[in-house]
Design a protein. Structure first.
Length: 216
């Protein structure tokens, strides 16, 4: 099973991917998480990526392709959810070519549909655990009082100017990826503006229809 979880920044891709990992035992491949780990470790790749990420700009394709390829290969090119990749039509073409070589086509691209207003509300109040990477929302899912508050931080790209820029990049360069997969018959749009459990149920229904049934 090979799934792409697609959508604007803050649509809930990471939140839902983590639920899918628990429910279906898939591997979660988030290019954002891989890049943040490289930045935290001060690797040469992380040093190249850092300024792009802080500003909410796309990191150059060759850097991200290497990370995505390594992670998919480590998963045996199966049973994974890609989160945050592909983000441009060029990346989608690269992914197709890579998976074709592995004879491992995508099963479904699930796009979470959320308005810009909801995204701003979600991202401006998102907080992240510095060590585990678990995300919280100050209103909908606040960090428990038992957690040391100094471990709960705001991502540098969750500040208002970076959020605005990420949304601009999404509309200018990433949204077109939907059309690319619609033409291949792989796209499933899910309304992401509901409680986490409700959205999760919608995603599971899509997977049941698109992935599980054709295989039986
Ligand atoms: P990345 O980490 O991928 O960021 P993103 O796509 O902008 O997505 P986010 O992680 O911000 O949001 P999400 O959709 O996962 O939402 P979440 O579940 O956390 O990328 C970061 C940067 O890395 C990019 O800007 C770029 O620079 C670089 N990069 C990464 N991939 C790249 C690529 N392929 N090419 C080039 N550059 C790349 O939820 C958000 C908040 O909402 C949380 O607080 C959560 O608790 C809350 N929430 C979630 N669902 C709900 C709900 N249903 N109701 C209420 N609250 C909810």
């Amino acid at each position: 099973m090979r799934i792409v979880l697609f959508g604007p920044p803050g649509a809930g891709k990471g939140t839902q991917a983590r639920r899918l990992v628990e429910e279906l035992g898939l591997r979660h491949i988030s290019t954002g998480d891989l890049l943040r780990a490289a930045v935290a470790k001060h690797t040469p790749l992380g040093r190249q990526a850092e300024s792009y990420m802080k500003a909410g700009r796309l990191v150059p394709g060759r850097i991200v392709e290497g990370l995505a390829e390594e992670a998919m290969a480590a998963a045996g090119c199966d049973r994974f959810i890609l989160d945050g990749y592909p983000r441009t039509v060029q990346q989608a073409r690269w992914l197709d070519a890579f998976l074709r070589r592995q004879q491992a086509p995508l099963d479904a691209v699930i796009s979470l549909d959320v308005t810009d207003e909801v995204i701003v509300a979600r991202l401006s109040k998102r907080r992240t655990h510095r060590i585990t990477g678990r995300t919280y929302h100050l209103d909908y899912d606040p960090p428990p009082r038992s957690i040391d508050p100094t471990l709960i931080v705001q991502r540098p790209d969750d500040r208002p100017d970076a959020i605005r820029h990420r949304l601009e990049v999404y509309h200018a360069r990433t949204k077109a990826v939907e059309g690319y997969y619609r033409r291949q018959g792989l796209l499933h749009v899910v309304d992401g503006d509901a409680a986490v459990d409700v959205v999760f149920g919608r995603i599971l229904k899509v997977i049941e229809r698109a992935v599980v049934q054709p295989m039986t």
